[in-house]
Ligand binder design. Structure first.
Ligand code: PBG
Length: 332
């Protein structure tokens, strides 16, 4: 006896048998064109390693165009720039965020000068790399205030747009900021700049290594961002956030973090059919890099599998610290 009862007439294994038949029925693909590389910039002349993100570096402005050119050559369409601001330049009012000579503006100009329209430059809008308290907005009586923060975010967006960035990505989660930033950009003559809204951004512990990278972890001193970032327990609320951001003029939306939130990516894509991105955040990078570094996971395979999973969930693209590495693997 080999098989109890009747034999199956439908055998899904038939088309899994050969490489050619697998290729024919493959539903989703990952290409370098799906990837966005987040990069950290710092002062000084030396690249700096980030201990909680082995393999990721902070780059001096002068060395960033080289990294950007590598991404462009591999077919990665865009980079997202984040600054490790000198502690001495951080303040209560985040004044450095509006300085046209700050790290992000200088980095944007350097990359655009070298690569022009061949590579997109995305700049985050949020005050946390510039505030002495590490919060994304302005703090009054211990609370991150909304509308005053939005005014500051508009100023930050304009300075970054004037430096030449192509996409402004507000990651601050203040109410009404997408509409306000859109109006501010248009009034400043920056109508060409697109908005990628971090629409569903959760108050997540997976951002830990990023906060080390930009040096905001010590400023935050254990304070949470849960009065503005979303509760990880919620899913309907993500759809309300996305609906508002699209109505206010977002050109594309983002879900963040990534891997633990693929259900949100799927709901957002199915509900709105808008360009939808996901961020495989620093903590996700750290987990995979640590396990691979210990020999517990096959790095090449998990990197590509994790990124393909975003495509399957409905994402149009993924922000990932693995972008260059994944593009190299895909080229092979
Ligand atoms: C800043 C910002 C954060 C990230 C992107 N933009 C950190 C935070 O909200 O605390 C996290 C990215 C990552 O973890 O890779 N608002």
């Amino acid at each position: 006896m080999t098989f109890p009862g009747s034999f199956p007439t439908t055998r899904l294994r038939r088309l899994r048998r050969w490489g050619w038949s697998q290729a024919l029925v493959q539903e989703n693909t990952l290409t370098p064109g799906d990837l966005i590389l987040p990069v950290f910039v710092c002062e000084g002349a030396q690249r700096q390693a980030i201990p909680s993100m082995p393999g990721v570096f902070r780059h001096p402005v002068e060395l960033l165009p080289e990294v950007a050119a590598q991404a462009e050559e591999l077919g990665v369409p865009a980079i997202a720039i984040f600054p490790a601001t000198d502690p001495g330049k951080k303040s209560e009012d985040a004044a450095e965020a509006f300085n046209p000579e700050n790290l992000v503006c200088r980095a944007t100009r350097a990359v655009k000068q070298q690569l022009g329209d061949r590579l997109g430059v995305i700049c985050d809008v949020a005050l946390d790399p510039y505030t002495s308290h590490g919060q994304d907005g302005l703090v009054r009586d211990g609370y991150v205030v909304n509308d005053e923060s939005v005014s500051a975010l508009c100023r930050q967006a304009i300075v970054q747009a004037q430096a030449g960035c192509d996409v402004i990505a507000p990651s601050d989660m203040m109410d009404g900021r997408i509409g306000a930033v859109r109006r501010a950009l248009d009034e400043a003559g920056q109508g060409r700049v697109a908005l990628l809204a971090y629409a569903a951004k959760y108050a997540s512990a997976f951002y830990g290594p990023f906060r080390d990278a930009v040096g905001s972890a010590s400023n935050l001193a254990g304070m949470s961002k849960s009065t503005y970032q979303m509760n990880p327990a919620n899913s309907d609320e993500a759809l309300r956030e996305v609906a508002l951001d699209l109505a206010e003029g977002a050109d594309a939306v983002m879900v963040k973090p990534g891997m633990p939130y693929l259900d949100i990516v799927r709901r957002v894509k199915e509900t709105f059919a808008a360009p939808t991105f996901a961020y495989q955040v620093s903590g996700e990078y750290a987990m995979l890099a640590a396990a691979a570094g210990n020999g517990w996971l096959d790095r090449d395979k998990v990197v590509l599998e994790s990124l393909l999973a975003f495509k399957r969930a409905g994402a149009d693209g993924v922000l990932t610290y693995f972008a260059i590495e994944a593009a190299q693997l895909l080229r092979k």
